[in-house]
Structures are given as C-alpha cells and as structure tokens.
Write a protein that binds this ligand. Sequence first.
Ligand code: PLP
Length: 479
Amino acid sequence: MLHLDIQKEPGSPIMKQIYQQIRYKILNGEIKAGEKLSSSREMSQNLNVSRNTIMSAYEMLIAEGYLATIPGSGFFVAQGVEFPETPSGINDYQMTAFTARQLEEGTIGFHSGTPALDLFPRSKWNKIASQTFNEAPVSALGYDDPQGRPELRNILALYLKKVRGMHCHPDQIIITTGAKQGLSLVAKCLLKSGSEVWIEDPSNINVRKIFFYHTDHIVPIAVDYQGIRPELFPAGGSPELIFVTPSHQFPLGGVLPIQRRLALVRFAQKSDCYIVEDDYDSEFSYRGMPVTTLQELDNKKVIYIGTFSKILFPSLRLGYIVLPFPLIEPFREWKRLGDHHSNSLNQLTLMRFIESGELERHIARMKKIYHKRRDFLIAGLHEYFPDQVKIIGEMAGMHVVAEFLGVTFTAELIQELEKARVNVIPVEEHAMVKGNHQNQMILGYAHLDEAEIAEGLLRLERIIKPAFCSSDGKKNYRE
Ligand SMILES: Cc1ncc(COP(=O)(O)O)c(C=O)c1O
C-alpha cells in the first residue's frame, strides 16, 4: 500500500497533496512504470478522505500522463516518466504545506515573529518612499552596489553604535534581504560538505535547514533558560562556526550572561572559528536597553546578523550582516551573484526613515504596545492555568514560552487545538534532540490585540485543561 503523508491543515488542499506526492513518487522511481495503484475506494478508506478527492487527484495525474487507466482493471503508472534527478531535499508537497500556512479565518495564531502589521505607520513610510523615489540619484534605478547603498550603511553603522553599542565601519556591512539571506551567505561562503557547525538546540528550524543544505555535520548544543551552555562544547570538536541568538535565544528566550559570552568568544579565538550572532528581535527589550552584542566583544570572530523584519515589516525584505574585514569580499561576491543587491529604493527610504528619527519612534511605540500585550498574555496564562504554567523568555522579543506542568504537546493535542481554531507551535518542533521540550509551547503575542489574546487563551484552556488530568496533579510551579 502506497504511503502518503496527508496533513489536514487549512489552506493545503488534500487533493493537491495526494496529486503531488504520487507524482513525486513516480518521478523519482519509488513507484515504477506498470505498477498498479490502490483503487480509489481503498485509498479513500486508507487516508480517510472522500473518494471524490482521490478521483480528482487520479484524474489530474491521468491528464498529465503520469497514470494510465485500463477500464475495469484500475490505475497504473505510465511508461517513461521516471526521472530520478528530481530533487529529493524538498518535494512539492513540503513546499506547498509550508507556503500554505495561512491561517483559516477566525483562527487565533500564536505564531512567533510577526509584528503588529496593522499598526505600521504606512502613511509616514509612504510619504518618505514617494519623496525618495522622486529625489533618488539615477544610480538607484540601475544595477547598484551589491553591498548596499552607502547612505544606508553609513547611517546604519551610526544607529548600531547608538542602539547596540557596536563599533563597525560602514564597509563591514552588507545589506541583505533579511536574516535568512544573511545566514545563506554565511553558509555559502564558509561551509563545505562535511564542515562542522555547532548550533543551539532548540533553534529556529529554518536556520538549521539553511546549514543542512551545505553540510550534514550539524552538532546540537543544548541551551538552558539563559542560552547556550559552553560547558557542553564537545571536547576535540573543530567547528567552522557556532550559531547563537544570545540577545534573546530562539525559541526559549534566554539572555546569555556575560560569563558565557566571554567563554564563547574565547573558544572561537582559541579554535579559530566564527560565531554567527543572530540578533533578530532584541530591540524589544523589556528591562531597559537591549543587551550588548557579542560583536562588540570581538569583531574579528563574530558575524552579526540583523533584520528589519521585526522592527518594520517582514515583506520589506531588508536586513544586514556586519562582517569581519577579511570576509567582506567573498560575501559581497556571493551577494552579487545571488540577487545583485537588495532593493535600492527601499534601502534609501529606510535610510531616511532612520535619519528622520521615525525608526526609533516606531520601535519605542511598538515596544510599549508589545509590553502591554505580553503582560496581558502572561496574566491570562496564570489566571487560566494557576500553578500549572511557567513562563520563560519574557524579557525581550515578541513571544514567550509557556511550560505546562505534566502536559505533552503531542501531534494529537496540537491537532485538537487547531480544530478549536487556535494555532500554536510546540518548542519540540524546533528541537534537534527530541524529547526534552515536550511540555513547552511558543506563544507569539506581538501581532495579537488583547481581545484576540483573550479569545486564544479561552480556547487554549478548553483544550489543554483536560490534558492535565492524566498528569501528576500533586506537583505545581509554586513548590
Ligand atoms: C531566529 C530567527 N532569526 C531570524 C529571523 C528573521 O528572518 P528574516 O529576517 O529573513 O525575516 C527569524 C524569523 O522569525 C528567526 O526566528
């Protein structure tokens, strides 16, 4: 019986998933020419989807020549469609499932990393953008500097000094299309097959995927509530780079103490490797100034990655890397070969947005709003789950982690939550070593107003409360 992995999630039509998975299996030779497929009745029982859905997928495969049908006998894989070169890393289905993660109307999505997009000051940005377009030098309309507009890099260097205490020359900055591109450039320039990469565990799954495209030697280093633990660095290991999020560990939210920062930097100096510092959301620090950076401690060993996705909006696709001097040329060249440069007009608009003080005003305003939303969420969690929940990583950023005593976030429980139209990501999804974070859930709050958070909490309570019953009710977090 053909194994298909069907995800019943909003925005990801089942017919399309069936069609794409069968098509992929035919192309890569997993099911061979002449092989008979299960009847639509069997397949429908097996997958628990309607026969019509199966028939629609089969008909599409017949129309495109992947399947042939012999009346009365069934459906067979057609001749001459095997194509083993089909990339095996990500198949069509996985890509569909990813791009389709649009939430159904009415769902409360506690996903992390989305700012309050409805509160972005569009008219201010728009005014600056149209002025910029009218006044920009003609060079901004042509093939431009791969490293980014010097005007933006100059002001960004000043901004980073003022806000993050960093000392960097504008030439050390490359303007990217976001942190992900920064990480891709790091991987392209520094990694080859077999290179050793040490990475916080748990860490953003997409970051790992970027590195995995270049090497399969990824070593997880466990984090605790403060961040990465240098005492766990494998003896005798020789990493090419170490990936960390020291200002606000993703996802657990720890702020790395200075002792560990120093240990990390000393290790990189001694073993001649790079530290990749991903500083994705530390501007939203709720106990005053954002913490200082690792780059400030060593600008020869630390590659600093920043993004405007959180402090402005993700679709702007602007971010930056601050590089040690010897890395500038190769990074610049890979950037040029990839997309030549990031959008120059957006770069100039951003430059003016920073220059006019609008960026800092916007951050200050959002910080107040996020702070209130965070407090509202935490108070609600304690109210709905008294003594049963512990909050982690609340000092900065746009999400917290809620640890529920005695609950395991199984796929079934997550599905139950989805049925109740509340979308959450368990920490475990971001973990390399499985089994250590099963009772932790990421709760992004920045993009939700208080009414939405309140409704989300009600739905969480309704579904999660019964899951406590099976746990050891004697313990609680006040002990
Ligand atoms: C750890 C981490 N780094 C960086 C980013 C931002 O990526 P980008 O700047 O490409 O939007 C995210 C997104 O949520 C993230 O979680």
